[in-house]
Design a protein around this ligand. Structure first.
Ligand SMILES: [Zn+2]
Length: 162
């Protein structure tokens, strides 16, 4: 009897569930004034994992019944805010003499100047603020993981920053 009531409670949407969607994009960057190889213009095949948390929709009349969030909606938001903007884009800090690159538009159709050093860490901070503005009210950003290479990644967790 007891376990049955817990199951019913869970089905009513009392349980928080995390959803994760993974994205890939190719981005070039250069770390201005850095003392290592990454000061050179180079690219990475980034892998971004976005995890959100919420309770499954409990409204049987809703087309989103049983879902924390439609994976398709999460995909649309992340593509609009991050992937479509940064894929095949050269990203550089505003501290660099970035105006010089504007003379060769044939090569820099996709060029973005950001007000931070475009490290994995700072990219995540930027992504968090963009995604938080777009997520539905009942869904919270739980974590982001950004792989710069197969064995190097940075992570942001909501609980680390409350
Ligand atoms: Zn790099």
């Amino acid at each position: 009897m007891h376990s049955e009531s817990i199951t019913k409670k869970q089905l009513r949407g009392m349980t928080r569930i995390r959803l994760t969607k993974e994205f890939r994009f190719e981005m070039a960057h250069a770390l201005w004034d850095y003392d290592g190889l990454c000061k050179n213009i180079h690219g990475h095949s980034y892998i971004l994992a976005v995890t959100v948390i919420g309770e499954p929709n409990n409204d049987k009349e809703s087309p989103k019944y049983g879902m924390v969030m439609d994976f398709g909606e999460l995909k649309r938001i992340v593509k609009e805010e991050i992937v479509d903007r940064l894929d095949h884009t050269f990203v550089i800090s505003s501290m660099s003499p970035h105006e010089k690159f504007k003379g060769i538009p044939q090569m820099l159709d996709r060029f973005e100047v950001v007000d931070y050093q475009p490290t994995c860490e700072n990219l995540l901070i930027d992504f968090v603020s963009r995604l938080k503005k777009r997520l539905p009210e009942n869904v919270k950003l739980f974590s982001l993981k950004l792989n710069e290479t197969a064995n190097s990644f940075a992570e942001w967790y909501s609980e680390d920053n409350d």
